[in-house]
Structure formats: structure tokens, C-alpha cells
Design a protein around this ligand. Structure first.
Ligand code: SAM
Length: 266
């Protein structure tokens, strides 16, 4: 095995990801930037450094964009959920369960919580809850803390910022308790099945499959199908798609926003 492959294996084991399917050039370019900043010249040396220095894990994860996220990432997706998908669920069922799968540092589930909080001040008496899961324990800890730099809040409106965040003395923004308590964070590996009782109305699993093999991607789509209520919605990442093997499980609802609706076929 060459030095690059040995490093790749170490990264896969450390971060529990599957890089095989990913373009080698992409990974090499990002590794080069980390190696430069540590003044390391060879993959072998970097592998040893990585294994001995936990500090480097976070930096490499960021460089590989493993945890990259934002509040209200891809705003048209949230607009569609807010204006078309969620109101009928709230009105008819008076209950909504949403799962943010691969939630990273919490920006995605908290965005849904902010949206639902504001909607349920108009459509009242609704029992709603958000389940948020990730495989990465370190990032989940950050998610539970709910403290963010201004840069994560680009798509948060002034009014949302005022009502749902506390501006801290250190300049960062902390999510307020009325939003935080609506999100239940759990550690969970998407390869191990549905983490919660089924009957979910919406599963948001976005930008998670970048390092998955084709088989893992298809297994994930089948699991999401099983987890959803009849007529439930699956929200994917903008650069993700349904392969031929699993496309019969969902109908496109808003293809441009990558929102699909569950079909009843087994
Ligand atoms: C790029 S972030 C996406 C965050 C958010 N969904 C978004 O779109 O902004 C991908 C997240 O998926 C998580 N992840 C990757 N593989 C996973 C797995 N097998 N099970 C659960 N989470 C996983 C990573 O730890 C990371 O936090």
C-alpha cells in the first residue's frame, strides 16, 4: 500500500467515513493545505502526526468539509417547507416529527426549530419535536452547546436573531432555551437504521453522503423510506440524488429543492 492509501485508511478509521468513492484529487488538494500549514512534506509524516495529535482532527475534518453547515443553508428549501409542506401537516395532524439526520454542529435542526416555533405562534396547539443525530460525538457536543460565530448566521434575519439568540459578551451568539429544548440530540450512525420510533413526517438528511459508497447511499434511502409516515417528506442535499435502484421509493415533490415525497410501494 502506498503512503497516500495508508493515510486515507487512517482518516477513514478515525472519522468513520468512506473516502473510496471520492475524487482522489479533491482529497489530495485538501490534504495539501493541512500539510502546508503544519510544515509537513510527506503523507507518511502527516499520517503519524494525525495519529498522535488530536488537535489536528478538527482542522482536517474542516478541510475535508466533513462538518460544514450553516443556519438556513439553501434558503429556498426552507421557504418551500415553510410555505407549502409544513402548514398542512400542522393544521391537519396537529403534530409534527422532524428528524435532522447528520445534523453536524446543530445549525440545521435549530433552523427547523426556529421556523416551527414561529409557525406555531400562528397555527396553534401543535405538538412538534425535532430529533437531531450525528455520528460524530465531538460535533454533537458543540451542537448541544448551541453557541455560534456570526458567520454561521448569514441567512438568519435580524428579527430571528433578536428573538432566538443571546448575544454573548465574547461576541458569539447563543441559541435561547425555548429553541434549544425543542431539539433532542442523539448519537447515531446512519448505517445502523432508524434511531427513533418511526412515523416521522419529515426527514432532512442533507450533505451527509459525500463519503458514502453507492451501496451505503442506497441503504440510507431505504432506511429513510421506512422511517417516514405515508406521504412523508425526504429533504436531500442540493448535490445529492436518488439512484435508479431506489428512485421508485419516492416521487419528486420539488425537485429543484431536492424535496421528495414517500411512495407507499414497499
Ligand atoms: C457536511 S455535514 C452536513 C450538516 C447539515 N446536514 C447540512 O446540510 O448543513 C455532514 C454531517 O454528516 C455526519 N455523518 C457522516 N456520516 C454519518 C453517519 N454514518 N451517520 C451519521 N452522521 C454521519 C458528519 O459527522 C457531519 O456532521
Amino acid at each position: 500500500m502506498d503512503e497516500f492509501q495508508a493515510l486515507l485508511q487512517a482518516i477513514q478509521r478515525l472519522f468513520n467515513i468512506q473516502c473510496n468513492n471520492y475524487k482522489e484529487d479533491y482529497i489530495k488538494r485538501r490534504l495539501a493545505s493541512r500539510m502546508n500549514s503544519r510544515h509537513i512534506a510527506t503523507y507518511k509524516e502527516y499520517r503519524e502526526f494525525l495519529l498522535q495529535n488530536k488537535d489536528e482532527h478538527e482542522a482536517l475534518k474542516n478541510a475535508l468539509t466533513i462538518n460544514v453547515t450553516k443556519f438556513f443553508r439553501d434558503p429556498p428549501v426552507y421557504d418551500c417547507l415553510r410555505s407549502e409542506i409544513i402548514p398542512p401537516i400542522l393544521r391537519e395532524k396537529k403534530k409534527l416529527r422532524l428528524w435532522s439526520a447528520g445534523c453536524s454542529s446543530g445549525e440545521e435542526p435549530y433552523s427547523y426549530a426556529i421556523m416551527l416555533h414561529d409557525m406555531t405562534t400562528i397555527i396553534k396547539d401543535v405538538d412538534w419535536m425535532i430529533i437531531a443525530t450525528d455520528i460524530d460525538e465531538t460535533i454533537l457536543k458543540k451542537a448541544k452547546e448551541g453557541i455560534y460565530e456570526k458567520s454561521a448566521l448569514e441567512f438568519v434575519t435580524e428579527s430571528q436573531l433578536r428573538r432566538h439568540f443571546r448575544h454573548r459578551d465574547d461576541g458569539r451568539y447563543e441559541i435561547k432555551p425555548h429553541i434549544r429544548e425543542k431539539v433532542k440530540f442523539q448519537h447515531h450512525d446512519l448505517m445502523s437504521g432508524v434511531p427513533v420510533s418511526r412515523y416521522l413526517d419529515i426527514i432532512s438528511c442533507r450533505n451527509v453522503t459525500i463519503y458514502f459508497s453507492d451501496k451505503q447511499k442506497n441503504d440510507l434511502v431505504r432506511m429513510i423510506h421506512q422511517g417516514l409516515n405515508p406521504g412523508g417528506f425526504y429533504v436531500m442535499g442540493m448535490s445529492e440524488f436518488l439512484s435508479r435502484e431506489v428512485e421508485h421509493l419516492f416521487s419528486p415533490y420539488r425537485p429543484l429543492q431536492k424535496i421528495f415525497v414517500r411512495k407507499d410501494t414497499a
